[in-house]
Design a protein around this ligand. Structure first.
Ligand code: FES
Length: 142
């Protein structure tokens, strides 16, 4: 699977979107529709709100598809969660892991994940071990 990354900025903060990680939770556009609107192109318009509101909303992204960095800082300085790891089962959806984790894939590649990571529980994801929203298409219950 391609590793696509798109960036959108208001000059102060840059929103980073990784569509392959998106689980289509709709949390972003329900929470801050003036910035995240899947009916528009581009679907992310950071100039629609304040930097503070954007950061607050991006931190709520359950899949980790959305992240951000301040333009005054290097991209690798993305905000990290300073807390113990919390694991939560989303009803009829993925296993949510809150915290900083390192995922080792079947080929042995290590990937660092920050904030929130959604792992597939339904088996239908095309981006395993991560959730890609396929659980909704197959009507996963559990
Ligand atoms: S749990 Fe979301 S794709 Fe499997």
């Amino acid at each position: 699977m391609k590793d696509i990354t798109k960036k959108y900025t208001n000059g102060e903060v840059t929103i980073v979107w990784k569509p392959d990680l998106c689980m289509h939770s709709a949390v972003c556009f329900k929470g801050l529709g003036e910035v995240f609107n899947p009916q528009k192109r581009p679907w992310i318009t950071p100039e629609g709100s304040t930097t503070e509101k954007i950061i607050t909303q991006v931190k709520k992204c359950p899949s980790g598809a959305l992240s951000y960095y301040m333009n005054s800082a290097a991209p690798q300085n993305e905000i990290k969660v300073e807390a113990e790891t919390i694991i939560e089962t989303a009803p009829n959806g993925p296993l949510m892991v809150y915290g900083n984790v390192t995922v080792k894939d079947k080929s042995g590649t290590l990937t660092k994940k920050n904030n929130v990571t959604a792992f597939c529980r339904c088996g239908a994801s095309q981006n395993k071990p991560y959730c890609d929203g396929s659980h909704k298409k197959i009507g996963f219950e559990g």
